[in-house]
Structure formats: structure tokens, C-alpha cells
Design a protein around this ligand. Structure first.
Ligand code: 9UX
Length: 74
């Protein structure tokens, strides 16, 4: 993957949350792999690996579609 982008996400508390966010983000054009450092009591760090530049608005929309909130960038 050519590009990596980290985003901070609030509200993820279990492995199913991780699956939901991963699924939505993987649907974005170019995204190849998503890893999540789950922090159940606070803000989790989500790392997106993509072949193409990653659009921040698309990331925000995907996270919200999964039911969570982007808390910013690390
Ligand atoms: Mo279950 Mo993870 O509602 O928030 S998907 S705890």
C-alpha cells in the first residue's frame, strides 16, 4: 500500500465495532487494509492502508456510517 492514514475514532468498545468500521473503510476506493488499535474505554486508533490517496471526508463518512465518530488525527 502506497498510503497510510491514521484516524482517531471514539465509541468503539468491542471486536464487532472493529469489524463494522473495518468493513465500511475497506469499501472506500483504493483501501487495501485497515488495522484498529482498540481502546474500549476511550479513543481508538484506526490505520488505513491504501493504494491511492485517502479522502478525509470519505473516511469520516464511513466511520459515521458504521455508527462511530472521528475524534481527529493523531
Ligand atoms: Mo456492541 Mo461494540 O453494540 O460497540 S458493536 S459493543
Amino acid at each position: 500500500a502506497a498510503v497510510t492514514k491514521d484516524v482517531l475514532v471514539d465509541g468503539m468498545t468491542c471486536s464487532h465495532c472493529v469489524s463494522s468500521v473495518t468493513e465500511e473503510l475497506t469499501a472506500i476506493d483504493g483501501v487495501e487494509n485497515v488495522t484498529v488499535d482498540l481502546n474500549a474505554g476511550g479513543t481508538s486508533r484506526v490505520t488505513i492502508h491504501s493504494a491511492a490517496p485517502i479522502d478525509s471526508d470519505a473516511v469520516k463518512a464511513a466511520v459515521e456510517e458504521a455508527g462511530y465518530a472521528v475524534a481527529g488525527s493523531p
